[in-house]
Write a protein that binds this ligand. Structure first.
Ligand code: ADP
Ligand code: MG
Length: 671
């Protein structure tokens, strides 16, 4: 049952939030309003009165003598339980301050420009609770209309400190969000003026709905990624299936292997045992029909990790089977991955679920709710130079969750950056906290963010809290990089892999051929949120000595089949003597090398010169952009990539992709 406005206001007042002085009247005797200062506001309340103005249940600018007649009129039209008479606050800037419980992430605070324009303007900012004072200030500053708050067009600035204090009272540590049973809670409007704020409307709809609980003691996932031996359950002696395919992958990877089969003593050349109970392994992959999985898992006593590949559980409307599976895992004392997931990939541990052999071991980890996408990121990423420490697919996450894995990976010595592909984080709160606690770069790709706002019964706040905006807040507050597609996931991880350990300052310098490409480069970086600082005057003069008429940043320097391969590195070294840019993005038009020349050698010579420059500049992060790479004969781009990778330089095929990666590096503070 929702509380009436005056009840919520009493609670606010007790919490230190200013509200108008007022009295509640449940008949038509308004004598008690005598102590209030005019002008007055009359509001009717009753069980069906939610949006009062729409119902004609608010009257402003009244004197005491108007009250009785206006109240009688409301009573004649509406089902009224009583009236709130209150003093009318002076006009000011109207803000909305709201709380909702996001189904995944729990309490979320929203603020923005409010009053009657709230939904039309949709100028709001949101953060997960609890917010810090810094969060509160940044929320206000991020509003498109923030200049209204700080004083514009001759208007006085509002008391921003008082707004911040109110936001903290609602969404800060120990704030109302912790004490209210949160369905929805909304102050709209809060009127902000030069000397304070006042909440003139308040609404609270309680709703039961606890957030996901925390999991138990921390598990060591090392045996999952580096098992001493692996069992595959479900491979057939007569009709090859998924189990047989995995058996093949594992055999190729060379990990000690056993098959589980009810009758056979060997499956496809792999020795078989009748049940997991007799298998001395760290990891069992289960690929039998959903109805039989729980029975298999019950036998897994002594096996620390069981992965259920099979689908057919909650994702197809069989939560009962999934629950049975979880209970079976608990009973056996094993941790369950999935169900409905592909498995684990870890070259170091000879763990795999992809064909084509193991790639190189490296520093990049990936947690994915989609097995198919994880397979693509592994294969395409390795082609583009990524090297993985651990990849884990989680499927339905019935037991082991992304948050739990992230906490472990953040402390893993082999891992320097983590990619995360998620669709529905069942434990959003836990995940948020794990992201916040992780002090290595995390790159987030979220599927299904375009979903519309949640169903909201009565508040504007609910309708304005969409998945996309919550994820943006999560990334911002936790310091993770949110990307919008698989290419950028790989690209940003490649940047962290190459440059994650380089300690450099800030600032981005872009150097390459062609005026138009340079202009577009500036736009690409602008779109990614990176400012390209101009070159210092002395630097421009130094470049003249090298025969380069410098224009600015991006700096146009010819690069092509006829030019000197070492010119760009010389220009960069000369510039860095005057101003230490942390990132140097070098771009080249690959097409020119094959239109005005016919050999790859000049391009390789350029790549080698760039590689040498990186070796000579350990405090600078060089990134190479090979524009129009499709114009090169087959194999040429791979060779350029190889030369660059050996020097720890990431390579991108477009300026846009490079800009996203460099911006991510800067945001994470690799600098
Ligand atoms: P609704 O249920 O329609 O949101 P409100 O209580 O917010 O009703 O009142 C509608 C509008 O009237 C508010 O947006 C605000 O502009 C104005 N208002 C309401 N109460 C006061 C007050 N005490 N002082 C000044 N303005 C008020
Ligand atoms: Mg209102």
């Amino acid at each position: 049952m929702s509380a009436y406005e005056h009840e919520v206001k009493a609670l606010l007042s007790a919490a230190g939030v200013p509200v108008p002085r007022g009295v509640v009247v449940d008949d038509l005797d308004f004598d008690r309003a005598a102590e209030l200062a005019e002008p007055l506001v009359l509001k009717a309340f009753g069980p069906g009165l939610v949006h009062k103005s729409d119902a004609g249940a608010v009257a402003l600018g009244l004197s005491r003598k108007d009250l009785a007649a206006r109240a009688a009129d409301m009573r004649a039209r509406l089902e009224v339980a009583g009236f709130l008479v209150e003093e009318q606050a002076e006009a000011g800037v109207e803000l909305i301050v709201g709380l909702v419980r996001d189904p995944g992430f729990g309490p979320v605070l929203l603020t923005g420009l409010g009053g009657v324009w709230t939904e039309a303007l949709r100028d709001t900012a949101l953060r997960l609770c609890p917010i810090s004072e810094e969060d509160a200030r940044r929320m206000l500053a991020s509003l498109r209309g923030s200049s209204i708050l700080y004083g514009s067009r001759g208007g006085p600035p509002v008391d921003v400190d008082a707004v911040v204090k109110l936001l903290m009272t609602v969404g800060g540590p120990g704030g109302l969000w912790e004490r209210l049973d949160l369905g929805e809670f909304e102050l709209n409007p809060v009127i902000a003026g030069p000397s304070g704020v006042i909440a003139v409307d308040a609404r609270h709809l309680p709703s039961p709905g606890p957030t996901a609980g925390a999991s138990g003691a921390a598990t060591d996932f090392l045996p999952l990624f580096e098992p001493k031996a692996v069992a595959v359950v479900g491979a057939s002696t007569t009709r090859p299936n998924f189990g047989n395919m995995f058996l093949g992958f594992y055999r190729a990877a060379g990990v000690p292997l056993v098959a589980v089969h009810p009758t056979a003593t060997e499956v496809a050349g792999v020795p078989a045992v009748p049940s997991l109970a007799g298998a001395d392994v760290d990891y069992a992959l289960v690929a039998v029909p959903a109805e039989r999985c729980a029975e298999v898992v019950r036998q897994a006593r002594g096996v620390p990790f069981v992965q259920v590949m099979s689908g057919g559980f909650a994702e197809v409307g069989r939560p009962d089977l999934e629950e049975e599976l979880v209970q079976a895992a608990r009973a056996a004392g094993t941790r369950l991955l999935g169900p409905n997931c592909m498995g684990v990939y870890s070259p170091r541990g000879r763990q795999t679920f992809v064909g084509g052999g193991l790639g190189p071991a490296g520093p990049v980890a990936l947690i994915s709710q989609s097995g198919g996408l994880a397979g693509e990121v592994i294969k395409v990423g390795e082609r583009r130079g990524l090297a993985f420490s651990r990849v884990v697919t989680v499927g339905n996450s019935a037991d082991v969750t992304p948050a739990e894995l992230l906490r472990w990976l953040a402390r893993d010595e082999e891992t320097r950056a983590v990619g995360l592909y998620l669709e529905d984080p069942r434990d959003g709160r836990e995940l948020f906290e794990a992201l916040r606690d992780a002090d290595l770069p995390v790159v987030l790709l979220v599927g299904g963010r375009s979903g519309q706002g949640q169903e909201a019964a009565a508040s504007h706040t609910g309708g304005m809290v969409s998945d996309r905006r919550v994820w943006e807040a999560v990334a911002e507050q936790a310091g993770a990089v949110l990307v919008s597609g698989q290419d950028d996931l790989i690209g940003v991880l490649a940047y962290f892999q190459a440059h994650g350990s380089r300690d450099a300052c800030g600032g981005v310098l872009v150097v390459g051929p062609s005026g138009g490409a340079s202009v577009l480069a500036a736009d690409a970086f602008d779109l990614a949120g990176v400012r390209l600082d101009p070159l210092p005057q002395e630097a421009l003069e130094a470049l003249r000595g090298l025969g380069v008429v410098a224009s600015g940043n991006p700096l146009e320097v010819p690069v092509g089949p006829l030019g000197r391969a070492g010119l760009v590195p010389e220009v960069v070294s000369a510039l860095l003597r005057h101003r230490p840019y942390g990132d140097v993005v070098l771009h080249v038009n690959v097409q020119a090398f094959f239109t005005y020349g016919d050999a790859a050698e000049p391009l390789y010579a350029y790549a080698r010169a760039v590689a040498q420059a990186q070796a000579a500049l350990p405090g600078t992060r060089i990134t190479l952009v090979t524009r129009n790479g499709e114009c090169a004969p087959p194999g040429v781009e791979d060779e350029v990539r190889r030369i660059a990778a050996a020097a720890g330089i990431p390579v991108y095929r477009s300026m846009e992709a490079a800009a996203v990666a460099v911006a991510a590096g800067g945001r994470y503070g690799v600098a």
